[in-house]
Design a protein. Structure first.
Length: 576
């Protein structure tokens, strides 16, 4: 809870004299700790008194769960990982309602999720951190009993490795519940990947959230085979194959979401590692504005997607949002009067009225072969998932030359280096110069959590460190040109930047969600002449700068100045 609000509640309830509260506020600023923690640690207020006052302020009931024993079926209505992150626990229920105890009555998103999941109306009450802790300890008692049961079953099984026994273990109710909870929590937390990693004595589970891996739970080693077998059954893979890598896919459907899981199983030293990629098929396609492009690059992109032919290339490393950008463009181009065909690996999102095909190297259906076949399908617009080889690059360039609009991705660090990369792939320079419309390089940066955003100014040491990596004067000129600051003569030390303090909403990370930073290079006559003359990358970069091309770092600094992301994030993703 924010300090100002908590201080107001304490003041209104007359829990502390004004002078005592004022000195507490001074102390927490010096020690950089939360007011609530300071008051309880210093024995100025008890947990119950403080949280009863919070309950009164919000006109909600207070429930003390410190000594309460909660029925197992009620407790497990809200999965344990969700209780840990959002500090909300189910303590009672009937056929119509579920009673939830929380520390934060404003967490409406979580309450709505529980309502949809259970079909019951939530009744909110306030409890204490100790109450939540007690509920969590009961969770662990329940889970440990479940694990003991599975261990016993595993030990009793004489042929633990046989297909029959593994299939029985995979259908075991506790295993099913653990896997379901793991998947559901990953969906709720907007994770992009789940890593299930066997260690020597345990099974570690990590989620990739906003591009960063986080350990979320550790499970006993003896349930490893059951969990992997369960995932294999869901993905329609061979459960008795432990020596070869396997790939599969399954989908979870509900009225709230449709998520496809792309599964990869890899034999490692301590067993089999499973990585599940989450693809939200019910997610709405973004608009170009929502992607986070600055006004000038946005206009460039809009202008170039209206052209009837040519190549639009998006570059960047794996997981930088290239496919999302291409699908956004395809969604705009998707009109009844045009035929759009794609060849992808894999098809990440289903799009209506677009002919999507997936490559299959096992039967010789490669990008190059798929692209050749697409050209016989009378297309207007073609999307090639990725240009990986010389053959695909040349067919794509020729298709653009013969009147098709081609969209594709390429793995290069920035927009400028994509041009010589096409040359290295054997595409003639005249084809590159005449067919390429626009090049976009991108990265994803984490957005500052809006619930705990705060402003700060850069210290002298931070400015010196920044100047070693970037030309600060050049950045200031760019900020002025793009309208982010009034004058480039302003000292960077006087500018306000932003960061997240860390709160429950963002799991004390200071970040929530991601947005792209972009570098958009339009192929003008000057750039085309340089390509024809086979000029160096540096010559191309200088020409792009003369055209006032915004680099990814500059775009990042503009977003940092506007409080969308932090300078640290921009430095992290643009470091070479």
């Amino acid at each position: 809870m924010k300090t100002k609000l908590l201080a107001k509640i304490i003041q209104e309830a007359n829990l502390l004299p004004a002078e005592r509260l004022k000195s507490a506020l001074t102390a927490i600023e010096q020690q950089n700790i939360e007011l609530e923690r300071y008051l309880i640690d210093e024995n100025l207020l008890s947990e119950n008194v403080l949280y009863e006052a919070i309950a009164t302020y919000y006109r909600l009931p207070f429930v003390d769960l410190k000594q309460a024993t909660i029925r197992k079926d009620v407790l497990e209505t809200v999965p344990e990982p969700l209780v840990q992150v959002h500090q909300v626990v189910a303590y009672d229920m009937d056929p119509k309602k579920i009673k939830l105890a929380t520390l934060d009555p404003r967490d409406l998103q979580t309450f709505e999720f529980i309502k949809k999941k259970t079909g019951l109306n939530p009744e909110i009450a306030i409890t204490t951190p100790s109450g939540i802790k007690n509920a969590l300890s009961q969770f662990h008692k329940g889970l440990s009993a479940t694990f003991k049961e599975i261990t016993k079953e595993t030990e009793e099984s004489e042929e633990d490795g046989s297909g029959k026994k593994l299939s029985e273990l995979a259908e075991d109710l506790p295993i099913v519940r653990i896997v379901d909870s793991m998947l559901e929590y990953a969906i709720f937390e907007s994770a992009s990947d789940i890593h299930i990693e066997p260690q020597e004595n345990e099974l570690a589970v990590r989620y990739r959230i906003d591009g960063r891996l986080k350990q979320v739970m550790t499970l006993p080693k003896n349930i490893q085979s059951g969990i992997i077998a369960r995932i294999k059954i869901l993905s329609n893979l061979k459960i008795d194959e432990h020596r070869l890598p396997q790939d599969g896919r399954f989908t979870i459907n509900s009225k709230d979401y449709k998520v496809a899981f792309r599964v990869s199983i890899l034999p490692v030293y301590d067993g089999e590692k499973a990585v599940l990629r989450l693809l939200n098929e019910s997610a709405q396609v973004l608009t170009l504005e929502q992607l986070g492009l600055q006004p000038r690059p946005l206009e460039m992109l809009k202008r170039n997607i209206k052209k009837p032919h040519g190549i639009i290339l998006v570059t960047g490393p794996t997981g930088s949002g290239k496919t999302t950008t291409l699908y956004t463009v395809l969604n705009i181009l998707n009109k009844p009067e045009v035929n759009i065909s794609t060849v992808e690996d894999p098809i990440e999102y289903r799009m209506p009225k677009i002919n999507q095909s997936q490559v299959n190297p096992k039967i010789g259906f490669s990008f190059a072969n798929g692209l050749r076949s697409l050209l016989r399908q009378d297309p207007n617009i073609i999307m090639v998932g990725e240009i990986r080889d010389n053959e695909t690059a040349e067919i794509a360039a020729n298709a653009a030359m013969t009147g098709h609009l081609v969209l594709s991705t390429l793995h290069t660090n920035d927009a400028v280096t994509a041009l010589p990369r096409l040359g290295e792939m054997g595409v003639p320079s005249f084809l590159i110069a005449s067919t390429t419309n626009i090049l976009m390089a991108q990265r994803l940066v984490r957005k500052i959590c809006l619930h705990c955003i705060q402003s700060y100014t850069l210290s002298k040491a931070a400015v010196e460190d920044l100047d070693k990596q970037f030309n600060v004067k050049f950045i200031l000129n760019t900020l002025e040109r793009e309208g982010a600051i009034i004058s480039a003569s302003t000292s960077i030390e006087s500018l306000l930047f932003y960061r997240g303090k860390g709160c429950k909403q963002c799991n004390h990370e200071g970040y929530k969600g991601r947005i792209g930073i972009y570098e958009v290079l339009e192929i003008t006559h000057e750039i085309a002449d340089l390509i024809l003359n086979k000029c160096t990358t540096e010559d191309l970069r200088r020409a792009a700068q003369k055209q006032d091309m915004l680099t990814m770092a500059e775009d990042g600094f503009i977003k940092a100045k506007y409080g969308i992301t932090t300078i640290e994030e921009v430095l992290r993703v643009t470091k070479e």
